[in-house]
Ligand binder design. Structure first.
Ligand code: A1D88
Ligand code: NDP
Length: 447
């Protein structure tokens, strides 16, 4: 009943900030969780056989207490990120260790250390309550949230908040995440919801768009410039679909790698001309578990040169990790950059260091984005320069299936989840701007 009143207020065009502030908060809400007593659920199974549908639960959980500098947000929609896949299969670690460590920090952070973990690192929704010290946001504000949680009590993070020693990813290393009807965030995670998008479209880009922005565009990452040849692994996936758009919008030359003709078509539809189907070409960078095959790196490099008129790669946008890293280092030009934010296929990388030092290449580690970078990435979405890559939308009950699809690489772009939103397509405030970009907004839908 209380939740219905919240939803009614969000859907009524006449609601005022005062109306939202006066709404009673429910005592509990529905949330996607993993359970601390199930962390051994998949012991002994291969990674690919660990099934998120078994470990992700839809539970009724208490609304957390609101602290200083925080906000409670009614979540209309969220999205599945790969970090939720990692959480659901308890790899590389169970996330309960993160919550325990955070809980030891202060009286307030103790709230996070619970026998259940509400997961999810994206949301679009409406602010319900703000804690003491929050002035920039008020009840009723329509927002998206980025997933950087920082304490900023140390000097270390004050040039770049990603360097704060207490830097965490919300909904992964903290509790009360976005795959739920209500979420608890720090107010410095909030950003305006782009008005031309529906709730589920607005919730889709956040984490991956911000990450791709820092990794590829920001001076903290590769600092991409016009004309750069950018090799993008998984170019139609979560990160890759934004990296491809940044490369195109920034006057660079993306060389997109995908694994099917359908995915190749999506890259072409985004405007990319150089697209490599790694399945069709049959690259085998590893001869066996221990041995790479430099001849295959070279064959891959030749294919890239066919597209570039003989040039090599200025920037590699890396995340598959062990499987591709040796090839990524090899195909980079002298002085070029390999920027990495993940290791989906394995975190113990191996590459031939002679090709790195003799050719003065650089490897840059990149992780999510600071508030400013997330803000700039969101601003590009709001301006219609970069578009959501939402393909399919699930209900909160179906989150396990949504995470399964991402785990098994059955999805395209981003997979959305409706939380309080009763149906897709709601929350659009700027129909005129939407009409200008409608084809791009729908490019990934239902493929
Ligand atoms: C936005 C979305 C992002 C993604 O999707 S990313 C993909 C998903 N994320 C992941 O897969 C990452 C998951 N996290 C991890 O795997 C682990 O999280 C890390 C490997 C990143 C870190 O592990 P830890 O156990 O926290 O670090 P340690 O350094 O091995 O252990 C901490 C203890 O080691 C001490 N230590 C640290 N550095 C040193 C050093 N240089 N020399 C000696 N000791 C060191 C510390 O003090 C502390 O000690 P004390 O346990 O006693 O507190
Ligand atoms: N550090 C950070 O801040 C962040 C890290 N990440 C991490 O990045 C990784 C990717 O995330 P995301 O893009 O959202 O995931 P997606 O699954 O949406 O996309 C990844 C794409 O990578 C490609 N890929 C997967 N495995 C391989 C492989 N072995 N070799 C070559 N290509 C492969 C696939 O494309 P195809 O099959 O078409 O080639 C897949 O679609 C995850 O591990 C995630 O945890 C994500 C966001 C932020």
């Amino acid at each position: 009943m209380t939740m219905q009143k919240i939803l009614d207020a969000i859907q009524s065009p006449d609601s005022t900030p005062g109306d939202f502030a006066a709404l009673p908060l429910p005592e509990s809400y529905r949330a996607i969780t993993v359970h601390k007593d199930e962390t051994e659920l998949f012991a002994g199974l291969e990674t690919r056989d660990k099934d998120p549908r078994k470990s992700l639960h839809l539970d009724e959980v208490p609304v957390p207490e609101l602290g200083p500098g925080e906000a409670l947000v009614a979540v209309m929609a969220s999205s599945v990120n790969y970090n939720s896949v990692w959480t659901s299969i308890f790899e590389p670690l169970s996330t309960f260790g993160f919550l325990e460590r955070y809980g030891r920090l202060s009286e307030l952070t103790k709230r996070h250390d619970l026998p259940y973990h509400v997961i999810g690192s994206d949301l679009a929704g409406v602010v319900l309550r703000t804690g003491p010290g929050v002035n920039a946001w008020k009840p009723g504000d329509e927002v998206v949230a980025h997933c950087l949680s920082v304490e900023l009590e140390s000097s270390d993070g004050h040039n770049d908040t990603m360097l704060d020693p207490e830097q965490r990813i919300w909904g992964f290393e903290t509790n009360f995440g976005g795959l739920a009807e209500i979420a608890l965030v720090k107010s410095n995670q909030l950003m305006p919801k782009p008005g031309h998008l529906s709730w589920e479209e607005a919730a889709a880009p956040g984490l991956v768009n911000s990450t791709a922005y820092r990794q590829l565009v920001s001076r903290n990452g590769a600092g991409m410039k016009q004309g750069d040849n950018v090799l993008i692994w998984g170019a139609s996936g979560g990160l890759g679909s934004y990296a491809t758009q940044f490369a195109l919008a920034g006057g660079a030359n993306p060389i997109c790698v995908v694994s099917s003709p359908e995915k190749a078509d999506i890259c072409r539809a985004m405007g990319a001309e150089a697209v490599i189907d790694r399945n069709a070409d049959g690259y085998r960078f590893w001869k066996d578990e221990q041995t790479q095959d430099p001849k295959e790196w070279k064959r891959f490099g030749k294919r890239i040169r066919e597209f570039t008129g003989g040039e090599d790669i200025d920037i590699v946008f890396e995340h598959p990790g062990r499987e591709t890293f040796g090839a990524s280092v090899y195909v980079t030009r002298k002085g070029g950059t390999i920027t990495t934010c993940a290791s989906t296929s394995g975190y113990m990388h191996e590459y031939d260091n002679r090709y790195l030092w003799m050719s003065l290449k650089r490897i840059i580690g990149s992780h999510f984005a600071n508030y400013r970078e997330a803000w700039e990435a969101n601003r590009l979405i709001a301006k219609g320069k970069i578009h959501p890559t939402l393909s399919k939308v699930y209900s909160l009950e179906e989150t396990g299936q949504a995470a399964y699809d991402v785990h098994r690489n059955l999805h395209q772009g981003k997979v959305g989840v409706l939380a309080l939103a009763p149906e897709e397509g709601l929350g659009v405030r700027d129909e005129e701007k939407r009409a200008q970009h409608i084809d791009a907004i729908n490019r990934f839908r239902n493929i």
